[in-house]
Ligand binder design. Structure first.
Ligand code: AMP
Length: 344
């Protein structure tokens, strides 16, 4: 067995919450570090509420745990430097550096032979016209850092190109037939376990549903898993990673990498013996990975904002798991929970 008893988690949102539950089932404790409100705190051993710049709090947090992981990728570099001088961070810094910055991410993916949307670096507004001339229209301007759920993005159509306000990349518009994602786990020994690719539907830039099986031919799903495994190996990755892909007539294009458990992997809670949260805990704690095989067909639906009103009915639905995040007041666009419906 591993020496890890306590896992430190940077970020206290729903992903940290579900990681803490999974860790507790394996007899492990979680310590959450979160500057703001922490739904994960309700189910964790300890919570530290402090800014990422609070060195004393970071030190005490790191010293109280055996290994540090994270549930979101935008932790400041100086925070990571301090923490890493005290305890190991898994997944490693390279995985974070690559996924924190869309330009670094796309360059890395191309370097390991994987296709991305065509892109151009747009450091400042004055570089935008040249980038549009090179990439063409339609295209999407995305901030290099801190974008999620479609935030920090501007579509460039026929009219004048709007600026995002921060260093960005311009991406050519990909005419995809479907969006899929692979959730893959890699252990410290290099063992890999992938979950079946899921079909993702977004609304307003936010994930709405993930469906497994995804209904695509085996050649595509196998390629998707091989791509995810190539990324995990190239990063010497330890933990669970989400890889979002566009399906196009020319093949698969990688949209982005999330170095953490991922919303499109929530279906694994109802579809697999060992879900993505437990798999991540096992990997970062140095335990053997579980079996990623799917034993059911599942549709995961996010409960966003006022969807919470549907909970009384959902609780009465057959073959339906309801997961609520304990976030208090719903707001438009806020992920309040999700349901996993077993469909076969
Ligand atoms: P992202 O934040 O990069 O995951 O983008 C959010 C969503 O916008 C994606 O899930 C796609 O539906 C869409 N999108 C992003 N980039 C592109 C692209 N280059 N071409 C077409 N659609 C895109």
């Amino acid at each position: 067995m591993s020496d890890v008893q306590t896992i430190g988690i940077l970020g206290g949102g729903q992903l940290g919450r579900m990681l803490s539950v999974a860790a507790s089932r394996l007899g492990l404790r979680c310590h959450i570090f979160e500057p703001g409100a922490a739904p994960a705190g309700d189910v964790a051993w300890r919570v530290t509420t402090a800014p990422y710049e609070d060195e004393a709090a970071l030190r005490a947090f790191a010293e109280s745990v055996d290994v540090i992981t994270y549930e979101f990728e935008n932790v400041p570099t100086t925070t990571l430097d301090l923490l890493e001088s005290i305890r190991p961070i898994r997944p490693n810094r390279r995985a974070l550096a690559v996924s924190q910055d869309r330009l670094t991410e796309k360059t890395f993916l191309n370097d390991i032979g994987l296709a991305t949307a065509p892109f151009a670096d747009v450091p400042a507004e004055t570089d935008l016209d040249a980038a549009v001339a090179r990439i063409g229209r339609p295209s999407i301007l995305k901030t290099r850092r801190m974008g999620y759920d479609g935030k920090g993005q501007v579509r460039i159509g026929g009219g004048p190109a709007e600026w995002t306000g921060a260093p960005s990349v311009l991406e050519g518009f990909v005419d995809f037939s479907a969006e899929i994602s692979v959730i893959i786990a890699r252990g410290a020994d290099g063992q890999v376990a992938a979950f079946d690719p899921g079909l993702n539907v977004h609304e307003g830039g936010i994930l709405r549903t993930t469906t497994v099986p995804c209904g695509l031919p085996g050649k595509i799903t196998t390629d998707a898993v091989l791509i995810a495994a190539r990324i995990a190996n190239a990063l010497d990755y330890v933990g669970v990673m989400g890889v979002e892909l566009f399906v196009t007539p020319q093949g698969l294009i990688v949209n982005e990498i999330a170095p953490r458990v991922h919303n499109s992997g929530h279906w694994t809670q109802a579809g697999c013996a060992v879900d993505q949260f437990e798999q991540h805990v096992r990997a970062v704690a140095g335990l053997p990975l579980g079996d990623g095989k799917r034993h059911a067909d599942v549709v995961m639906e996010n409960l966003i904002g006022d969807d919470l009103d549907r909970v009384p009915d959902l609780l009465k639905s057959p073959k339906t798991q309801v997961h609520l995040y304990g976030k208090g007041t719903p707001r438009p666009g806020r992920k309040m929970g999700h349901v996993n419906r077993i469909t076969g």
